[in-house]
Design a protein. Structure first.
Length: 276
């Protein structure tokens, strides 16, 4: 079954511009770039997952998917791809759980990867794929003030029980915490996916709705928030002041603009799944 988060896909209109922005944000160069299936891609590999930037470019299945996403929702967070060790077995299990998975295709230009998408009717607005990787992940050294890993991805839902059924019961992620805070007017649910967390947020009060879930933000893990904030400010990003996080001993700051459609915060220290 699912072992972790393999990568997050971000749909962009201008790959060169977006890749430059993410290289500055993450403090590392793209590991590779490719043009195939009607799309251009740039890939940034971090310690516990990767960022895939995708731009439609010509005719092809991937390009058509990205083009439709941008036309409907604009640039920004597009989908999650979860890592699995046995794609065929995971497809069988999820099909029995009411989340059918399409046929697997080779990912990128290597037979070391296979990718299959979960039926959109079962994922409630968030594009979810399964990625089987047989090759070893090679992580390039990064500077001390670079982003080290993803702490958590945030999804907003109008129907928290539906989200629990999808991410917990069907996908089998580890449901770690369910917390409601009347002061914030929100309910937060945390699902462990390997070395990352999927945070589901919902409003308190009112009845559950049938509207779509939405990817709404990324929280990155850094070693020294003050150094990273200074680096990003110098690079021209609109960043907040560094402040004390809700988890004792942590710091946090917000990147207000500078990357396409992906609200961003930076967290310090150990995984701090309650800071955003």
């Amino acid at each position: 079954m699912i072992e972790g988060l393999n990568h997050i896909a971000i749909a962009v209109k201008d790959l060169d511009r977006a890749a430059s922005a993410y290289a500055a944000l993450l403090g590392r160069r793209a590991d590779w770039r490719e043009e195939a299936a009607g799309a251009r891609r740039a890939w940034f590999q971090l310690a516990n997952m990767a960022v895939e930037l995708v731009q439609p470019d010509g005719v092809g299945e991937t390009g058509d998917r990205v083009r439709a996403q941008i036309e409907a929702h604009g640039e920004g967070l597009w989908g999650l791809a979860f890592a699995v060790s046995n794609l065929d077995e995971t497809r069988r299990v999820l099909g029995r759980r009411g989340a059918p998975v399409g046929e697997a295709t080779a990912l990128l230009s290597t037979d070391a990867w296979r990718l299959a998408f979960v039926d959109p009717a079962a994922t409630h607005g968030v594009s979810i794929a399964l990625a089987e990787r047989t090759g070893k992940v090679e992580l390039k050294p990064a500077a001390a003030d670079a982003v080290q890993a993803l702490d958590h991805v945030v999804i907003h839902t109008p129907n928290p029980d539906r989200a629990v059924a999808l991410y917990g019961a069907r996908l089998g992620l580890d449901f770690r915490l369910d917390r409601s805070n009347p002061q914030w007017g929100s309910r937060l649910m945390f699902f462990r996916a390997g070395a990352t967390v999927v945070e589901i947020g919902a409003r308190l009060g009112g009845e559950a709705a049938d509207g779509p879930d939405k990817l709404s933000g990324l929280a990155w893990r850094v070693t020294d928030p003050d150094a990273v904030q200074a680096r990003l400010a110098k690079a021209g990003f609109d960043v907040s002041e560094v402040r004390t996080g809700r988890k004792p001993g942590t710091k946090i700051f917000t990147v207000r603009s500078g990357v396409p459609g992906a609200p961003t915060v930076m967290l310090s220290a150990e995984p701090a799944t309650e800071d955003a």
